[in-house]
Design a binder for this molecule. Structure first.
Ligand code: CIZ
Length: 312
């Protein structure tokens, strides 16, 4: 009699073979999901990794705009997202019709500008833009906007402010923010720093200016990983980004101690959208082939912008 498979990880592994699938997972996913992924990364690395996948199916463990990006860059692949409701507060803050009206108003006022969107936006919004940036390539892409053009940066005003500071380019900023990064408490951060003499603080550029200015290093998740590699042994490191990032940091750097920075309203700033994906839902989507990201007409134009920005 065949053994009954009770271990969900074994079930997922078997289904991956049956469905010819690769699992991609963002650093903000639970550790148990990152542990079973074939590839982990930030959204830039995951978008690029998606273009290298040879299997017919990609299970994207992240949020909707990331899975959508994987589909846009790989139209022939089946892309599954374990929970279709895994959204993003930044993407929600900049719906395409609202952005189109704003761009129209700027043009009517004679403004010459290019629109740069953070990758945390819908495909319909990307289709209205000239460039897409991630936290990993933003500085480099901003450098490609002609100097005689203004920059309309959407949707994250904190990342936009940070990019203004480091590039010196003046920007028109959309009023969006990430629900995870906006609510770090600077008071708690200062108290945590006082209780850990000599500690190092790393912060994501989606954090507000008061958190960034209180930090030793500001960068996207991949940049944080590279920065920690340069530190001497045995540091206390305060981490101001989604706390699942600590799983990835501890996996790589067991020589340090990592501490999440507390949020204003709760002890940790876990992203409720990322948390919708679970091992059970990964198994179920492989089993049923659903939910799947399906092609939308706006993907053609969004694909041009994505390829120009992320792949060249
Ligand atoms: O770009 C990404 O993947 C996000 C949302 C954060 C980061 O810095 O990796």
């Amino acid at each position: 009699m065949p053994a009954v498979v009770t271990d969900i990880v074994a079930e997922i592994q078997a289904l991956k073979v049956r469905e010819d699938a690769t699992i991609l997972a963002h650093y903000y996913q639970e550790g148990e999901i990152q542990a079973i992924a074939d590839f982990t990364g930030d959204s830039l690395q995951l978008a690029r990794a998606a273009t290298q996948v040879t299997n017919g199916t990609i299970v994207f463990c992240g949020v909707h705009f990331m899975a959508e990006t994987a589909k846009i860059l790989n139209p022939a692949k089946r892309v599954l997202l374990p929970d279709l409701k895994a959204g993003c507060s930044l993407a929600d803050s900049c719906p395409a019709p609202k952005l189109a009206r704003y761009q129209e108003m700027l043009r009517e006022n004679g403004r010459k500008f290019q629109t740069v969107t953070y990758i945390n936006s819908t495909a319909a919004t990307k289709a209205l833009c000239d460039w897409v940036v991630t936290s990993g390539n933003a500085e480099q892409i901003i450098g490609r906007v002609p100097a005689d053009m203004e920059i309309l940066f959407v949707p994250d005003r904190h990342l936009g402010q940070y990019l203004q500071e480091i590039t010196g380019r003046k920007m028109i900023l959309w009023d969006g923010a990430c629900m995870v990064h906006e609510i770090f408490s600077v008071g708690d951060l200062i108290r945590q720093q006082a209780s850990l003499p000599g500690c190092i603080t790393v912060a994501h550029p989606e954090c507000p200016a008061n958190i960034r200015s209180q930090s030793d290093f500001v960068g996207g998740t991949e940049a944080i990983i590279r920065f920690v590699a340069t530190l001497p042994d045995s540091c206390d490191i305060l981490v101001a980004t989604e706390p699942n990032m600590i799983w990835q940091l501890e996996r790589r750097y067991s020589n340090h101690r990592f501490h999440p920075v507390a949020g204003i309203s709760c002890a940790c700033n876990a992203c409720p959208h990322m948390a919708l994906n679970t091992l059970e839902k990964i198994r179920d989507c492989l089993e049923s082939g659903s939910p799947e990201i399906t092609w939308d007409p706006c993907f053609d134009r969004a694909g041009e912008v994505l390829r120009r920005s992320l792949l060249s």
